[in-house]
Design a protein around this ligand. Structure first.
Ligand SMILES: C[S@@+](CC[C@H](N)C(=O)[O-])C[C@H]1O[C@@H](n2cnc3c(N)ncnc32)[C@H](O)[C@@H]1O
Length: 214
């Protein structure tokens, strides 16, 4: 790679973008699908269906010998626990992928009750054709999510882990985040010398994602 790594951010619907812009060799995906609270036009049940279908679209978009990592925090709704890991897995399996690993990222120290939001996030890695070597797998529990660039951001320690894995084990040269928010995954990728492509529906966030420096 010559020069500084590139960053391109498209302001549009991620599902439409994925359908019209085939990813190519060297691209890998690291993303966080939007929570129900960010999809207020949808009733909660409709959001759950959308979420699974979005995960399926993301995984279907993967090129050969690549992987997609999802960073998701569960929600509690009407007295029930809604497991986004389950929803993502349903979509990813429908797309013909396997779960290579599932890590828990602590949002609070073990043993501390957080009441409203769960005290951990999921980090889930899927591929249709790569396999994980158990002798090379890192820790299953990441003790800290790291600093956050805003309230809905991925934690930076978790993001560093995910992007490093995609670089080392999926030979990623470009990280694609189809729901990039203000661009945490893109900035982490650039910091590691990888190109980055983001998609974001909200204009203000798309602009921030073009400019974010960690
Ligand atoms: C969980 S946030 C991502 C946060 C991001 N990982 C960060 O660190 O900034 C999900 C983002 O998806 C965006 N979004 C929601 N629906 C979308 C769609 N259909 N296409 C593209 N982006 C969408 C939201 O505006 C929100 O910024």
């Amino acid at each position: 790679m010559s020069g500084a790594p590139s960053r391109v951010v498209h302001c549009q619907d991620a599902i439409a973008w994925l359908a019209h812009n085939p990813l190519t060799e060297g691209d890998a995906i690291f993303t966080s699908l939007p929570d129900a609270s960010e999809q207020k036009r949808l009733a909660f049940d409709a959001w759950q269906a959308w979420f699974g279908a979005a995960a399926e679209s993301v995984v279907r978009a993967l090129p050969a010998r690549s992987a997609a990592i999802f960073y998701q925090t569960d929600v509690k709704q009407d007295g029930a626990w809604v497991d986004k890991s389950f929803l993502v897995q349903r979509g990813a399996y429908a797309a013909g992928a396997r779960l290579l690993w599932h890590k828990i990222v602590c949002r609070a120290p073990a043993g501390v009750a957080t009441r409203m939001r769960p005290s951990y996030a999921h980090l889930l890695c899927f591929s249709r054709d790569l396999a994980e070597d158990p002798m090379q797998s890192g820790p299953d529990v990441l003790p800290e999510l790291g600093a956050m660039t805003w309230a809905r951001a991925m934690g930076l320690a978790a993001a560093d882990f995910a992007v490093q894995w995609l670089k080392d084990r999926a030979n990623a040269r470009c990280i694609v985040d189809p729901f990039c928010g203000i661009g945490t995954a893109l900035a982490v990728a650039n910091r590691m010398g990888l190109d980055a492509v983001g998609v974001e529906l909200a204009q203000g966030r798309a602009q921030k994602a073009r400019d974010l420096v960690l």
